[in-house]
Structures are given as structure tokens and as C-alpha cells.
Design a protein around this ligand. Structure first.
Ligand SMILES: *Cc1c(COP(=O)(O)O)cnc(C)c1O
Length: 387
């Protein structure tokens, strides 16, 4: 057996707790979960299974391939738990939406695996409607309306065209979606404008399809003083990113990571550390070399702000400053003030002391990029949801 060097621990109880907190903000509407990009790097299947167990019935992925993998996993969970009618029913009730819709040729994947494509453009809507008619079934889809972010979505004119030319498609549409560009900046005027455009479009489409649900909020959107509509789509908040930058974190940290010390170096005042001799030591120093680097998701730009945390023998926590640049597989920290730290012990890089947001700030980026950048060789391990 190969022993593991470093594990990325994912606290499923905290994840579920975060989902419940967000779901309370969305009530009485439903709260889904965005599990695209392998659940922001944390493992789509395990994350979705835990959230389904907590009552989540709406999952969002980026593309049909992710959707198929999720559907297969949820089917396997159902089989594993015994195909009671209850479990089968639960699985049929669990919706998987594909945020980027379908490129040409992917339509059958959605039909076969019960995925709901989010139609983001006029050609995509037309293609899906043709496919849907040929299939002879009424296939559910969602429509994405561009309310001002100008990333994906139908313009106002295109939406009017869909209403005009494909009323059958609108009748089969289960969800109208839009995405906020500045949900994490409550004071930004674009929020109110997007809200107004979305409300008007939803009203218009409901004249043709009164059952149409609306979905606008991501994690940060749930902290705006907005109407909630019918379905929320939080992602980052579930995984411990603060949805309210600059304000107290309303959710729990989910990931933690400790890395082993490979070597202790005793260096003299005036010595240099690492590539480019970036750090010159001002005092005789005790350096610890840790197994982890930019290949694991510790951005080079995190120099010099990145810290590691360790306890000394009397239980006091030390923040160890980074010494020298981040390299691919190694980080060097100054442990002069924590002399108990030895080879084989671990230092903490991610956790309550240094959250994903703090690690992101150290590198001039956002928690989303930290999470999705965590490297493949950090084995994901899960703290279970307690019954
Ligand atoms: C990724 C994504 C979300 C989730 O956003 P968070 O900020 O992670 O909560 C919601 N909606 C759409 C369209 C997305 O692409």
C-alpha cells in the first residue's frame, strides 16, 4: 500500500450545513446546487450525493458530459440503496440542468440521460426545438436571458423571437434563468437593472407558460435584498467561499489541507532561499521545506503573503511566513519561532486559520480560483455527514 502524503479533507457536514443555510435564505423557493467543474474541484459525485441526501433536488453542471457522469452516479446510488420505489422516485425528481446548453450533436445525451439544457442562444434554441419535435416527446429545457452581463444568454429581441416563433418550446420550458454580474457588490447599480429586466421577461413568458419557474441568484445573490424567485443556484458558498466579501462569513469552511515537512534547513543570516534568491535571510533561520507547490494550486503570486500554520509543544499556534518563491512541488517556510517543528510533521495551509478566501487574497485572486486550482495529486478525502 502506498501511504498518502497529503489529503485535501472535505467536510461534508459543513457542506450540507452551508446548503441548509442558503436554502433557508431562498425559502419558500427551492435551493439547488452548482456542481460544475467537479464541484469546484471537490468531487462532484460525493458532493452531489451528500446534498441529495440533505434534500437538494436541483443540480447544475456546465456541459452534458458532466451531466451524464452525475446522472450515472445518482443512478448508482439509487441501485446501491436498493431500488425501492422511494429511491427511484427521488432520482426521477432530481433535476440536472446543463448551464452551457448543448453544442451540435449533444442533444441525444440530454434526452437519454434526462438532462435539462439551458438554451443560451437563438441557434441553440432552434436546434433543440427541432430535435425535440423529431423525438416526438416533450423534452424539458431552460432558457437563459442576458440581462446585462453579456456572457451567455438570449438578448431581449431574441427572447421575443423565441416567444414568437417557437411557442411550443416555451411551453416545454421549465425555467427562465439569468445571471448577476455584480451580486457580490450589493451597491452596484447593475443589480437593480438586471433584476428589473429579469422580472419583466419572466412576467412576459408566464403569459404563455404559467408554470415557468424563475432562477436568478447565485451564492452572493442570496445575500442581496432581492426577490428570490423560484430556484437558487449557489455554488461557491456551499464550498466555503464567503458570498459577502468584506463582511463576516455567514457560512462554514469546508476544505482543509495539511502538508508534510520533508526537510529542516538551518541557514545563516545573509543566506538566500529558493529560485531567484528572492528571499535573503536577516537572521539565522530554521526553515521547513514542505511538499506542495504551484502544481498543487499554490499560486506563485501568493509570495510573500502565503502562510503555513503549526502548533508548538505547548499548543500555541504559529503563523510561519513563506521564505522564497513558490516552486512546483515545494514551499519553504520560516519556522525559526516554532522550533518543535520537525521532519515528518505537518503544517496547515488551508482551514479555519487560512481560508480559501485568505489564500486567494494572498495571491490576488478569488476563492473560486483557489478551489478549482487545487491539484489532482491532493487526494480528496471526506468527513462524513453524521446521521
Ligand atoms: C457558476 C454559476 C453559478 C454559481 O455561482 P456561485 O457564485 O459559485 O454561487 C450560478 N449560475 C451560473 C449561471 C453559473 O455559471
Amino acid at each position: 500500500m502506498v501511504t498518502e502524503r497529503a489529503c485535501l479533507w472535505i467536510d461534508l457536514a459543513a457542506l450540507v450545513d452551508n446548503w441548509r443555510t442558503l436554502a433557508r435564505r431562498q425559502a419558500p423557493g427551492a435551493c439547488g446546487a452548482v456542481v460544475k467543474a467537479n464541484a469546484y474541484g471537490l468531487g462532484m459525485q460525493t458532493v452531489a450525493e451528500a446534498l441529495q441526501g440533505a434534500g437538494c433536488r436541483h443540480f447544475f453542471v456546465s456541459n452534458p458530459q458532466e451531466g451524464v457522469a452525475l446522472r450515472q452516479h445518482l443512478n448508482a446510488v439509487m441501485t446501491r440503496s436498493g431500488v425501492s420505489n422511494g429511491a427511484a422516485g427521488l432520482n426521477l425528481l432530481t433535476q440536472i440542468y446543463v448551464l452551457q446548453g448543448v453544442v451540435e450533436g449533444e442533444e441525444p445525451l440530454c434526452e437519454d440521460w434526462d438532462l435539462i439544457p439551458v438554451l443560451v442562444s437563438l441557434p441553440m434554441a432552434r436546434r433543440w426545438w427541432n430535435f425535440s419535435r423529431q423525438s416526438g416527446r416533450s423534452l424539458a429545457s431552460a432558457l437563459k436571458f442576458n440581462t446585462g452581463m453579456n456572457r451567455l444568454g438570449l438578448s431581449e429581441q431574441e427572447l421575443a423571437e423565441v416567444l414568437d416563433r417557437f411557442p411550443g418550446l416555451v411551453a416545454d420550458t421549465v425555467l427562465l434563468m439569468s445571471h448577476l454580474a455584480c451580486a457580490d457588490e450589493p451597491g452596484h447599480p447593475l443589480n437593480a437593472l438586471q433584476l428589473q429586466r429579469f422580472s419583466e421577461a419572466l412576467h412576459r413568458l408566464r403569459q404563455l407558460n404559467p408554470n415557468l419557474a424563475g432562477s436568478l441568484a447565485n451564492s452572493s445573490g442570496l445575500y442581496l435584498p432581492h426577490p428570490r424567485f423560484d430556484l437558487a443556484r449557489p455554488g461557491a458558498g456551499l464550498y466555503g467561499v464567503n458570498p459577502c466579501p468584506g463582511l463576516p462569513h455567514p457560512l462554514k469552511p469546508v476544505v482543509s489541507l495539511a502538508l508534510p515537512v520533508l526537510q529542516v534547513q538551518l541557514a545563516q543570516a545573509g543566506d538566500y532561499v529558493g529560485y531567484g534568491a528572492q528571499t535573503r535571510l536577516e537572521r539565522a533561520s530554521r526553515l521547513v521545506v514542505v511538499a506542495g507547490g504551484y502544481a498543487d494550486g499554490f499560486f506563485r503570486a501568493a509570495f510573500p503573503a502565503l502562510k503555513a500554520y503549526a502548533d508548538d509543544s505547548v499548543g500555541q499556534v504559529h503563523a510561519l511566513p513563506l521564505a522564497g518563491r513558490v516552486s512546483m512541488d515545494a514551499l519553504v517556510f520560516d519556522a525559526t519561532d516554532c522550533p518543535d517543528l520537525r521532519e515528518g510533521m505537518q503544517v496547515r495551509l488551508l482551514g479555519p486559520e487560512q481560508t480559501v478566501d485568505a489564500l486567494a487574497a494572498a495571491a490576488g485572486t478569488i476563492g473560486y480560483e483557489v478551489l478549482t486550482g487545487l491539484g489532482e495529486r491532493l487526494r480528496r478525502r471526506y468527513l462524513p455527514v453524521l446521521p
